[in-house]
Design a binder for this molecule. Structure first.
Ligand SMILES: [Zn+2]
Length: 387
């Protein structure tokens, strides 16, 4: 445990098959032991069932103004993917480290953990905090409770660096996202007398056509300067799957789908949710006018605030200084960065690897990205040791 490199630690982390649906506690046990071996006490924050935990720790003085290195411990599944190596055995070939999670994002977790002994040895003036979540890949579900607990038990850090794959570029914006499971209950009759029934599939079509109209309006609109950074520069409203109906000649009793929103920074997830619920109320009222038993139920599947670019933000300034990247980048996938920012941390995404390799079969991280990570944390530790 004493002198593990980022490569050693990555090999260990990859060996735990922490697919989001599984427990991550074996990995958390290992990380806790590793930190304890360096005299660093970690705090766990469990999920409701006690089957998964986030873990955070702080190195250095207990004062405000530190820096959080944030990663997630869970990975996406490997089933059905043509892997050429064992996805849970780190395998080095031609300068690449293959394994599930190497890129997204156990590589960054390993870099952060490998920095612990150096941070301990340095005379830090402000703390280095490490925060590792669970259930990121299923809608950033685990981080909010961890972030709230950190706020209660530790002096507040000024900056959160979220190490999602960005090839060490500084990403200062991402869209917010919300998924709203929508279940329509209609009324079954023979289709020859469909005027007496409520066809859940055809009513769902009204809601989906509402989504089409929102997308058309967004496309036709003129984006503001920050929104214009995104591709596309408008909020997208999407339905990927739908189930409903039992026969061609029966008005469908049930229909369900998930309405997914990816929101530009100038618009909020909450506003879009409210607009959608208004539309649902309108459609539901028309359904009930035919049959009072008809209804539409909704359930929030995930709800992640966007990362809004901060004018002259501390996180961006620090990340630029640590990486030398002076350009501006935004991404369209949601991360925990928006959640840290919503909790009052100046936040950016900056981490090893390319998002193109994330979630793929034969996921890999370049050895050079891991080495760049060591230089990154060395500079960060030097920064935290400055007066
Ligand atoms: Zn990730």
């Amino acid at each position: 445990m004493q002198n593990l490199t980022a490569l050693d630690i990555l090999g260990k982390l990859v060996s735990f098959p922490t697919v989001s649906r599984e427990s991550n506690l074996a990995l958390v046990d290992w990380v806790e032991d590793y930190l304890a071996a360096h005299d660093v006490r970690a705090t766990r924050v469990y999920n409701d069932e006690g089957t998964k935990a986030a873990l955070y720790a702080s190195i250095g003085p207990e004062v405000e103004g530190g820096v959080v290195l944030s990663g997630h411990t869970d990975v996406v599944p490997v089933e059905g993917q043509p892997w050429e190596t064992d996805p849970f055995t780190l395998t080095e070939r031609d300068g690449r480290l293959y394994g599930r999670g190497t890129c997204d994002m156990k590589g960054f977790d390993a870099i952060a953990l490998a920095a612990v002994p150096k941070a301990r040895a340095a005379n830090l003036k402000r703390p280095l905090q490490i925060a590792l979540s669970y259930d990121e890949e299923v809608g950033c579900l685990g981080a909010p409770r961890m972030i709230a607990d950190m706020g209660r038990t530790m002096p507040k850090a000024a900056v959160a660096l979220i190490g999602e794959p960005s090839n060490w570029k500084v990403v200062n914006g991402h869209k917010g996202g919300i998924g709203i499971a929508t279940q329509l209950r209609g009324h079954e009759v023979h289709s020859s007398i469909m005027h007496r029934g409520v066809n859940a599939v055809m009513e769902a079509a009204r809601l989906i056509d509402w989504a089409n109209r929102q997308n058309e309006a967004g496309r036709a609109g003129q984006p503001g300067p920050i929104d214009a950074l995104f591709d596309p520069p408008w909020t997208t409203v999407h339905v990927g799957t739908i189930q409903g109906g039992t026969a061609d000649n029966i008005t469908a009793r049930d229909c369900r789908f998930v309405m997914g929103f990816r929101c530009i920074p100038s618009e909020t997830v909450a506003d879009w949710r409210a607009r959608y619920l208004d539309e649902i109320a309108r459609v539901e009222a028309a359904m009930r006018a035919v049959n009072p038993e008809a209804r539409i139920d909704t359930d929030i599947r995930f709800d992640v605030p966007g990362l809004v670019p901060e004018p002259h933000g501390d996180a961006e300034a620090l990340a630029r200084r640590l990486t030398g990247d002076n350009a501006t980048h935004v991404v369209s996938y949601a991360t925990e960065a928006g959640q840290f920012q919503a909790a009052g941390y100046s936040s950016v995404i900056v981490g090893p690897g390319n998002i193109a390799q994330a979630h793929q079969p034969n996921e890999w991280l370049a050895v050079s990205e891991l080495e760049a990570g060591e230089a990154f944390t060395d500079r960060l530790i030097a920064h935290l040791a400055e007066d």
